[in-house]
Design a protein around this ligand. Structure first.
Ligand code: GLY
Ligand code: MN
Length: 386
C-alpha cells in the first residue's frame, strides 16, 4: 500500500464509522483467506472490530463476523445478559443476543452460528481465545474446521487508521511528559525502591491523561538493568547508577511504550557512558533505516551492526522492535528473518539494548510511524542518561 493509498484507507471515505469500516474489511479479508467467518471473544480483536473493551471472563461472550461472500450477513454479538446495556451503548452491532446465568450458553452459541450459516466451513477464532471456549465452539459447530483470526485480521491491524494514529500519538505524548517529570525528579529518586518509583510513574501517567499502565513498568536499577524485562522490586536506587525505565499508558485504548535509561543524582561510570553512546547510535541508525518498502529485518540489521561493531553484539539479546497497536507487541516484528516490507501507517518500536550480566543494562526505545518518505517519531524526548 502506498502512502496515498494509505491516506485514503486510513480516513475511510465512506460515511461508516471506524468500527463498521473495520468489520466490512474483516469480512472481505475472510473471503481472501478462504474462511466462512470469524469468532472473537473479549480480546483486542473484539475491541478493534466493535470498540468494546473487556477482559476475558468465565461467561461466554462472542462476536461473530461472517465472510462477505456469504451475501454480507450482519455481524452479531452473543453476550451475557448483564452486559447488554453497556454493549448496546458502546457498539454499533445491529444484533445483540443475550443469555442469562442459568441458561445454556453453548445452545445459544449453536443457534447463532446456525442462523448465520456458520455451523460448517472454516471458522477463525481469536488467537488468544481460552481453550474452554474453543472446546465449546467445537461442540456448537461439530462440522466446522478451525483456524486463527490473525490470519484475516493481522494484515488489517498492522496498518493504523487515523483514529488509531491519533490515539497512539497522544499516548506517546503522555509518556514523553513523564520522562520530563523523571528528569525533574533527579536526585530525589535516590533511595526510592524500584517499586516506589514504578508507582510514582503510574501516578504521573494518570495525572497527565493516561489510563492505567500498558504493561508492567520496568524500573531496573544497576545490575537489574541487565534483565531486559525485569519489572520492578525492592532494590533501592543509588546515586549515579543507570536505571532502565520502560513504561507506557493507554489513551483511547491505545498504548505507549518507550524506554529511557537515566542516572539520578550523579554521573554514571565511564564504562556505562560508553555503552549508552553505542545504544544511542544504534537506535538512531534503526530509526534512520525505517521507511516504506524497507524489510523489517533491515531495521534490525541497521541497529545491530552498530552494536556489533562496538563489540557488544552478544549483549543485544532481543529483536530491535515490534509493532504497536491495541496489543503492545504485535506485527510487524523487526527481527532477523522477517523480510516483510514496511508500509505507511505501520507503527513500531525501535529499541536496541545492551545487557551486561551482573553489571548494568541500557535500552533506548521510541515508537515510530512509517510515512511515505521515512518515519515520524512519536517519542521526541532527549535520549541521554542525564
Ligand atoms: N523489549 C524488547 C522486546 O520484547 O522485544
Ligand atoms: Mn517495546
Amino acid at each position: 500500500m502506498t502512502d496515498d493509498e494509505h491516506a485514503d484507507w486510513a480516513t475511510g471515505g465512506e460515511s461508516a464509522g471506524p468500527h463498521e469500516r473495520r468489520r466490512e474489511r474483516a469480512a472481505g479479508r475472510l473471503d481472501a483467506v478462504g474462511a466462512a467467518g470469524l469468532i472473537a471473544f473479549p480480546s483486542r480483536n473484539l475491541q478493534y472490530l466493535t470498540g468494546f473493551a473487556e477482559e476475558p471472563g468465565e461467561r461466554h461472550f462472542f462476536l461473530v463476523v461472517p465472510a462477505a461472500a456469504a451475501g454480507e450477513p450482519e455481524p452479531a454479538l452473543l453476550v451475557p445478559a448483564l452486559y447488554e446495556t453497556q454493549v448496546r451503548e458502546a457498539t454499533t452491532i445491529g444484533e445483540i443476543r443475550t443469555w442469562s446465568d442459568g441458561d445454556d450458553p453453548v445452545a445459544a452459541t449453536r443457534e447463532l452460528l446456525a442462523d448465520r450459516g456458520l455451523d460448517s466451513g472454516r471458522l477463525l477464532v481469536d488467537d488468544t481465545m481460552w481453550a474452554r471456549f474453543t472446546q465449546d465452539l467445537r461442540a456448537a459447530a461439530p462440522d466446522a474446521t478451525w483456524g486463527l483470526a490473525g490470519e484475516a485480521l493481522a494484515d488489517l491491524r498492522v496498518r493504523k487508521d487515523e483514529a488509531e494514529l491519533a490515539a497512539l500519538r497522544s499516548a506517546a505524548g503522555v509518556a514523553d511528559a513523564v520522562v520530563g517529570d523523571l528528569r525533574d525528579l533527579g536526585a530525589d529518586a535516590v533511595g526510592m525502591t524500584e517499586a516506589a518509583l514504578a508507582d510514582w510513574i503510574a501516578d504521573r501517567l494518570a495525572e497527565r491523561g493516561g489510563r492505567g499502565v500498558s504493561f508492567e513498568t520496568v524500573v531496573a536499577a544497576g545490575e537489574n538493568g541487565a534483565k531486559p524485562h525485569h519489572g520492578h522490586g525492592d532494590r533501592e536506587i543509588r546515586a549515579g547508577e543507570p536505571v532502565v525505565l520502560d513504561f507506557g499508558t493507554r489513551v483511547d485504548g491505545y498504548p505507549s511504550d518507550q524506554t529511557r535509561t537515566l542516572a539520578f543524582g550523579g554521573d554514571p561510570p565511564e564504562a556505562y557512558r560508553e555503552v549508552h553512546e553505542v545504544v544511542r547510535e544504534a537506535q538512531a541508525a534503526g530509526v534512520e533505516a525505517v521507511g516504506p518498502g524497507v524489510p523489517a529485518s533491515a531495521v534490525d540489521r541497521a541497529a545491530r551492526e552498530v552494536i556489533e561493531a562496538a563489540g557488544y553484539g552478544d549483549a543485544f539479546v532481543h529483536r530491535t522492535g515490534h509493532g504497536v497497536g491495541l496489543d503492545v507487541h504485535e506485527e510487524p516484528y523487526l527481527v532477523a528473518g522477517n523480510d516483510r516490507p514496511l508500509e505507511p501507517g505501520m507503527v513500531c518500536s525501535v529499541e536496541p539494548g545492551v545487557y551486561l550480566d551482573g553489571r548494568f543494562g541500557c535500552r533506548i526505545e521510541d515508537l515510530v510511524v512509517v510515512t511515505k518518505d521515512g518515519c515520524e517519531r512519536l517519542n521526541r524526548t532527549d535520549r541521554g542518561w542525564e
